[in-house]
Design a protein around this ligand. Structure first.
Ligand SMILES: Nc1ncnc2c1ncn2[C@@H]1O[C@H](COP(=O)(O)OP(=O)(O)OP(=O)(O)O)[C@@H](O)[C@H]1O
Length: 303
């Protein structure tokens, strides 16, 4: 067993934040006598291989240096290895991403000094992990996943993040003018409904899409998803509700339904244009999705 930390660094996260902050991060880790080894990712999903190699070397404490995508791939590496139980692994995040949505649920600071101090002194808690099964692939997720318009935005508009959150938000809303909504058959708690749907979201944590509150967050360790079914919301509905997307009041809109459940199945009715599925802001695939939850699956460092 290795008591040091293994640091996985994404050098392209957060539009060049790596060049600005990596030296400071290393200095701060040394200053706090935190022993570590590190590896930089060279391509997307490399995180998964790196974390599995670290676990095989005996590391049980992992630091993700990057954004939500980096953490997502690290979690997938942890959940798909067989060397040790995922719940024996501790994960900390030094946020260098653009949105950094996952850290907001726990008030993990963005400041490097404060985050490293957390790693030294912070407490750990358990968090649930979601599991998505698509016809031809599968994925774990730790924050919020969904099917429909959110997947479309991740597929088409994610590159716009670098132009700032306003550009991203406005193109996200403008994209609705072109987007064709799908009718979904949604089975939650053994009850099925068929509805024309902008998107259906399944949340473990509270924030997504750059700080929006699109799910009715309860608890990240209760074994249940906070599910949002955004029905036939239009361009105008969203344009006049921008503030409500961020303060969570959008969940009270008459075209929005919320549920709590530990599993669900979503089957799109239109096979011509299969809706996209995203998890933690990463594109996973298209089509039908079965969603289930693993309670208390990982341990995380929080303030
Ligand atoms: N060396 C690399 N080259 C290209 N892509 C990489 C590399 N390393 C990791 N990636 C991928 O870059 C993507 C973006 O990373 P990440 O999401 O962490 O940053 P971000 O988009 O700036 O932050 P956020 O998701 O919090 O807004 C992820 O899919 C990640 O797997």
């Amino acid at each position: 067993m290795n008591n040091s930390w293994f640091v996985i660094v994404n050098p392209i996260a957060g539009n060049g934040k790596f060049n600005k902050y990596w030296f400071d991060i290393q200095q701060e880790l040394k200053f706090n006598n935190i022993t570590y080894e590190y590896a930089k990712t060279e391509y997307s999903n490399h995180e998964k291989i790196i974390v599995q190699q670290a676990i095989n070397k005996g590391y049980k404490k992992i630091i993700s240096v990057g954004g939500d995508g980096t953490l997502h791939h690290i979690i997938n590496g942890i959940m798909t290895q067989n060397t040790i139980k995922p719940e024996e692994i501790t994960i900390a995040v030094i946020p260098l991403g653009t949105g950094n949505d996952w850290i907001k649920t726990y008030n993990i600071p963005k400041n490097i000094k404060a985050t490293v101090s957390l790693i030294k002194h912070g407490k750990t808690i358990f968090q649930d992990i979601g599991y998505l099964e698509l016809p031809d692939t599968s994925s774990y997720f730790n924050n919020v996943a969904g099917i429909g318009y959110d997947g479309y935005v991740v597929n088409k508009l994610n590159k716009l993040k670098r132009f700032g959150s306003i550009a991203y938000l406005l193109s996200g809303i403008a994209g609705l003018l072109l987007y064709k909504k799908t009718t979904f058959n949604i089975t939650i708690n053994n009850k099925s409904v068929e509805t024309k749907c902008l998107m259906t979201l399944f949340g473990i944590c509270k924030y997504s899409a750059g700080g929006m509150q699109l799910t009715d967050y309860k608890d990240s360790n209760n074994g249940l998803f906070d599910i949002t079914i955004a029905k036939n919301l239009s361009f105008w509905d969203l344009l006049f509700s921008i503030k409500k997307l961020y303060n969570g009041k959008i969940l009270q809109h008459k075209k929005v339904e919320t549920h709590l459940a530990n599993s669900l199945l979503i089957t799109p009715k239109n096979n011509d244009e299969l809706p996209y599925i995203q998890a933690d802001g990463e594109l996973i695939g298209r089509g039908q999705v079965k969603v289930s939850i693993l309670k208390s699956a990982i341990q995380i460092v929080i303030p």
